[in-house]
Structure formats: C-alpha cells, structure tokens
Design a binder for this molecule. Structure first.
Ligand code: EPZ
Length: 429
C-alpha cells in the first residue's frame, strides 16, 4: 500500500483524535482477565487492534464489535493459554497476553513479540518481573512459556522505565497473591489508563503515573465499561502537520496536559499553540526555528514523535539535533528525507538537521509506523508529488490517516496497485 500526495497546501481546520492505540492494546489484554463481559469504548480502528482481537478469537474470547469504536469482550470461554499465529507474531503487544494469561491461569504461551524494527527490543524486564512473581520461564519454538504454581506479590525494580514491562507486570500482579511493588515504573499516560481500567474491574493498583506502583492482588476481576484516553501521538502528529505545512489546525478531543512536551517544542520553534479546553490549536508561522530535542520517557519528549520532529527540523532555520535515547535504530527515516533534498547526518544516537529549507517530492519507503507518518508530513510540506511505500505500517497505528488529512485540505490518497499510483498522480498533478 502506498500514499500518494501533492505537497504545498497549508493544512487548516479541525481534526478529532481517536483512542490511544498503545493504551487500547493493554486495556484489551486486561479485559480478557475477567470471566464477565467488559465493554471498551473509544477503541481506535487500527490494524494492531484488529490483529489482537483476532488472536483473542482464536483462544476462545467472545469478541462483539458493537460498532467501529466499541467492543464487548468476554473471556469466560477461553479454552487455551497458548496464543500463537502468524499475525500475533507481527505485533508487539502480543506480549500483553503473557501478563494477562499468567495472571488469570498461571500459565501462558505466547509467540515472541514482533512490532516495528526500531531496535533490538528485548523483553528481559518483563521476564525478570514474571520470575519474581513466581513464574518459571522457558522459550520453545520461539514462544515464551510461563508457568507459576504460586503467583505471588514481589518487589520488582525495573532497570529501565519500560512501558511494556510496567503494563505486563500490572496485569499479572493484579491477580497474584499479596502485594507487588514496581519501582522505576514507566509513567506514560497509557500506563495510567490501563491501571484505571484494571481498577474499574476491581484491581487494587495505586501510584500509576508515578515512579513506584503498588498492586495488591485480588481473587478475580469483574466486568466493566471503560473509555480509552485520546491518542497522544496521533494528536502530536497532527500538531506537527500544522507546523510543517504552515497551517492552522485544531486537534480536538485530547488531554492537553499529555501534549506538554510537544507543545513546548512547537512554541520554541515559533509556532502559536493555543489550549482551548480539550483541544489545542497550532498555528504555523512562515519561519520555523531549529531546536534541540532529546527523547525521554514521559513526561519527556516521546520517542514516538521523534521522526515527525525530524521533518520539522529539516524545514527550520538553523541547525537542530535530535538525540534518541530510547531506541537504537529509529533514524532510518533520515535517509528517506535525504532523498527529498534534506541536509542531514546521523552520528550514533544523534541526528543533525541542517535546516535545508524546502523539501522536494520523492519516492520514499516507510521504515516503521511513526517514521511512515513523518514521511507523509514531509510529503505534504514538500514541493511536488511524493509517494510513500509500505504504509501498511502507518495503518497499524493511525485511524483514517489519509481521510483525516484530506479533511484538513491535504491532497493525499491511498493506492493499492501501480495503476492506482499512476492514476492518482495524474489526477492530483
Ligand atoms: C512501547 O513499546 C510502545 N509500544 C512503543 O510504541 C513506544 O515507542 C515505546 O513504548 C516507548 O514509549 C506499545 O505500547 C505496544 P519500552 P515497548 O518497553 O513497550 C528497552 C509506536 O510507534 N527494554 O518502554 O516495547 C527497549 O529496548 C511504538 O506506537 C529492554 O531493554 O517499549 C527500549 O530501548 C513503537 N528490556 C526501552 O527499554 C525490556 O524488557 C523502552 O522500551 C523492555 C524494554
């Protein structure tokens, strides 16, 4: 699949942000830990969610997609604690089945996690935590197998503030005997959302959103109705789209506080950023100014916004840098930006953007989800036509990305075949 676009239109108008993908994946896993029905609202309609729901069906979860953004799940008929199929291997969040099934059945067998190739992405911290909770771990046929005779509370210190490990351990510890303490926990908004959701099912989790989380295990979790928070990264991507196209975009139905690091950088770069209740309006200016950015765990600047920021720095006046401190392989998009005429250089974990001015349309390949979205922003800011290939990555995490951009005045279409690409290029040029 490819996106074909013609750049140059300043994006303008309002866009409504969907539910947070990375919260949804943890929340869906939490939902199957109850034998009662759980209703989840504001579910983003993205591929990763669809893949996880398919994996649920295969192990016996009743999945009722009430409408595009609402699902009812019932985990009362699960008949196996083994989740392994080709699609679950493609997504990262399959690993949440480890925590959910281990907590509920004291046994879990799950295909090794896939996901975007942005670094080695080990899961040693998840496994260390599960072992401390009493599970024995082995790898077999590239599956992770966990088994616990007695799942009990433990004191767990994470070597790094891992989002996945924090969520996975909250899941398992919610049904463990006794109290678990997770130190150096991740603090991302979706950690808090998953904890709130588990608490609404009867779990006893305190401190989510802080460094130390305390979980008192309960016997079982009950049904609930829960609404997922808005997607911080989708919102940030549209805010950046306003900046790079010198547009005027209001992102609606968000939690502005989650956007603080991104808003601060946009202000520093000379944009106007106006908070209005549950919306933020970003007004791009004729000149963007460079800045230096370092990705950090929340509340720092999110690694998932790093490529979008890279595009803005290509268009800004002066030299700007990005230091990537979370993943070691997240600069692959920089080579693609060079094809558009950007003057950039990567030195280890630092990318340098020499503010080369206008970008030129080019044929690009999306290396991963967020980089794919960033290349689309580059194409919309560039002169002429840009084609971004492998946008299946983007569909994994952005709902209706092309349609939402079209709603803001972008000339962008999704193409499946070479013929489609030719036709679209002819129509928009
Ligand atoms: C989550 O990945 C997100 N994925 C990522 O979203 C996001 O980039 C990342 O958190 C950071 O915010 C999902 O929520 C499904 P981590 P995760 O564990 O959980 C190292 C997107 O585009 N680490 O916080 O895999 C790890 O290698 C994406 O939506 C270990 O060494 O990230 C990385 O360097 C991609 N051992 C750092 O910690 C472990 O056991 C942070 O990883 C776990 C992590």
């Amino acid at each position: 699949m490819r996106y074909v676009m013609k750049g140059g239109n300043p994006l303008a108008g309002e866009v409504t942000i969907s539910g947070a993908k990375n919260a949804a994946l943890g929340i869906l896993a939490a939902a199957i830990m109850s034998d009662e029905t759980v209703t989840i609202e504001n579910l983003p309609d993205v591929r990763d969610v669809a893949v996880l729901l398919d994996a649920f069906r295969e192990i016996g979860v009743l999945v009722d997609r009430v409408d595009r953004h609402t699902v009812k799940l019932n985990g009362g008929n699960i008949f196996t604690a083994c989740a392994d199929n080709p699609s679950i291997r493609k997504i990262r969040a399959g690993y949440y089945l480890l925590g959910a099934l281990l907590g509920k059945y004291h046994h879990a067998e799950v295909a090794m996690p896939g996901g975007c190739n942005i670094g080695t992405r080990p899961i040693d911290q998840h496994l260390k935590g599960f072992r401390l909770l009493g599970a024995v771990h082995e790898n077999n046929n590239s599956r992770v197998i966990l088994d616990a005779k007695d799942l009990h509370g433990a004191h767990i210190y994470l070597d790094m503030a891992s989002v996945g490990a924090t969520i996975n351990l909250m899941l398992a510890a919610s049904l463990a005997r006794g109290t678990t303490i997770i130190e150096n926990a991740a603090k991302e908004p979706h950690i808090v959302d998953v904890a709130n959701m588990l608490n609404s099912m009867g779990a006893k989790i305190k401190g989510a959103g802080m460094d130390v989380i305390r979980i008192t295990g309960v016997e079982k979790l009950h049904g609930t109705e829960y609404t997922i928070i808005p997607d911080q990264i989708e919102a940030g991507t549209f805010m950046m789209a306003a900046a790079v196209t010198k547009g005027d975009v209001t992102v609606k139905r968000i939690i502005p506080q989650h956007m603080d690091a991104i808003s601060a950088k946009l202000l520093e770069m000379g944009c106007e950023v106006i908070e209005q209740g549950d919306s933020i309006r970003v007004v791009g200016r004729p000149t963007l100014y460079s800045c230096n950015v370092k990705t950090l765990p929340y509340p720092g600047f999110p690694t998932d916004m790093q490529p979008q920021m890279g595009v803005a720095l290509c268009l800004a006046e002066g030299v700007g840098t990005i230091t990537e401190s979370i993943f070691e392989n997240r600069f692959k998009y920089v080579d693609e930006l060079s094809k558009m005429g950007a003057d950039t250089e990567v030195k280890g974990s630092i990318a340098i953007f020499k503010g080369s001015g206008p970008l030129k349309g080019a044929e690009l390949v999306a290396p991963d989800l967020r980089a794919g979205a960033a290349l689309v922003l580059a194409g919309l800011a560039a002169e002429g036509i840009t084609v971004v290939d492998q946008v299946d990555y983007v569909l994994r995490g952005y709902e209706d990305f092309d349609k939402k951009l079209q709603g803001l005045g972008a000339e962008i279409r999704l193409a499946e075949t070479d013929e489609d690409v030719k036709k679209i290029k002819f129509q928009i040029s």
